[in-house]
Write a protein that binds this ligand. Structure first.
Ligand code: IMP
Length: 420
């Protein structure tokens, strides 16, 4: 099983890369996260944003598996299915859902909102999809799972969980979920029950034994990982490659290649430290050129230069074997492009990710000549090749994919065997 994941703070362009390499795989599986994700795919002039459903859904013959590590909001899931069906995609026949995946309730969303409000200035900047409270119920051993939908006492279990949430919500003075939201959820659950479910650990074991190629598709990014991200400004799941094992029930020794997706610069949406952030005209230019607005929430993304200590860290904790560099075209026309090679902390040079990057950390940069334009069909501009070479040498992993635009066709696959 190969893994593909985000090497920064999410929004790297994972959806596009999965779509491009999907033909190599018979099964594409999501292993963590939920509708906080927004994987954008553009082809044949149409844009699609996926939240819960794996990005292989547009390729005929690919099985799309929603793993046990994913949290599912039945209402959002159904909307996604309906949108895809309206676009002529046959979702149902290619989709499998793990019985062990946990369900997001309307009261989880209410708890997310109440918690963020309570945190005030210290808020995480959550997408407010109920992700944190749902994973809390999972680890607190209170959650409802997809496999529970066929139980005769489902309604009792649901009501017991809602009662618990209401007690918590009253501590926050929060009104809780509306009756309409609850009805909508119960209706959606009735629909969700009609989809194909599996024990994904057994399904994948069998698929791998049969020699099938499986791709685990990560959501969010390494620096949003619950353990290794910029805690507490993170999401509530393991976004790193280890999460693919626990989120699908696949043993570590079955992992093959690990592809890390990163942008030629950095972005972050929501609160939290971001050493190379640009609060100036260049940051604004990157945001506009890159259309850096959240695909799930529409929020403007914070933009900054590429951060090599952070990328090296991602390579280390994930065991990344190859990298895909996205959105190089967004930097077209910028005369001087900066790369952060290390941090300056307490007067010392530090080239690895420290425990805390909130304060007292100065990024140190090298300046590289910009590459003008990438729109011609000719070879990559020599300055861009140098940029790529500098990154490869610094992180020790080859960049095998370079993306120069949102469309499937604007993708360069590189045969590289010279990582530094
Ligand atoms: P949550 O997972 O919705 O609770 O959000 C926690 C943090 O992760 C916030 O800073 C979000 O902006 C960020 N986040 C969650 N999902 C994504 C994503 O798919 N892309 C980028 N950032 C995300």
């Amino acid at each position: 099983m190969d893994v593909l994941l985000g090497a920064q703070w999410g929004d790297e362009g994972k959806g596009k890369v999965v779509d491009v390499i999907a033909p190599r795989y018979e099964v594409i599986a999501r292993f963590q996260g939920g509708p906080n994700a927004g994987h954008t795919l553009i082809f044949e002039g149409q844009k699609h944003v996926l939240h819960t459903i794996p990005s292989g859904v547009f390729r005929a013959g690919t099985v799309n598996l929603v793993g046990n590590g994913v949290v599912i909001d039945p209402v959002i899931f159904l909307k996604e299915v309906r949108n895809l069906e309206a676009a002529g995609v046959d979702v149902r026949s290619s989709l499998l859902i793990s019985r062990r995946a946990h369900l997001i309730l309307p009261t989880h969303r209410a708890l997310d909102a109440a918690s963020e409000l309570d945190k005030g200035k210290g808020k995480i900047g959550s997408t407010l999809k109920g992700i944190g409270p749902t994973y809390m119920d999972k680890t607190g051993r209170n959650g409802l799972r997809v496999g529970d939908l066929v139980r005769t006492d489902l309604l009792d279990r649901y009501k017991a969980l809602v009662r618990k949430h209401e007690r918590l919500l009253s501590l926050y003075d929060h009104p809780g979920a509306t009756a309409e939201a609850e009805k909508e959820w119960l209706d959606a659950v009735a629909q969700l029950r009609t989809f194909n479910t599996v024990d994904c650990e057994h399904y994948l074991d069998q698929a791998l034994r049969e020699g099938k190629h499986v791709l685990a598709e990560g959501a969010q990014g390494t620096l949003l990982d619950i353990d290794f991200g910029t805690y507490p400004f993170v999401t509530s799941s393991n976004t790193i490659s280890a999460g693919a094992c626990t989120g699908l029930g696949v043993a570590p020794n079955r992992i093959g290649t690990v592809t890390g997706i990163f942008k030629a610069y950095c972005t972050r949406v929501g609160s939290g430290p971001f050493p190379t952030e640009l609060n100036d005209a260049t940051g604004e230019r990157i945001r506009t050129a890159g259309n850096e607005f959240g695909s799930t929430t529409g929020r403007p993304r914070r933009c900054g230069w590429l951060d090599l200590p952070a990328l090296r860290y991602a390579v280390m904790v994930n065991g990344i074997t190859e990298l895909a560099m996205m959105k190089a075209d967004v930097l077209n026309g910028i005369d001087t492009i900066r790369i952060c090679t290390h941090y300056r902390i307490d007067g010392r040079n530090v080239d690895r990710m420290p425990f805390d990057i909130t304060e007292g950390i100065e990024p140190e940069y090298i300046d590289m000549a910009g590459w003008g334009d990438t729109s011609s069909d000719a070879e990559l501009p020599v300055q861009l090749q140098r940029y790529i070479g500098t990154i490869e040498a610094a992180v020790g992993v080859p960049i095998t994919i370079v993306s120069l635009g949102p469309d499937r066709k604007e993708t360069i696959l590189r045969e590289v065997a010279h990582a530094g």
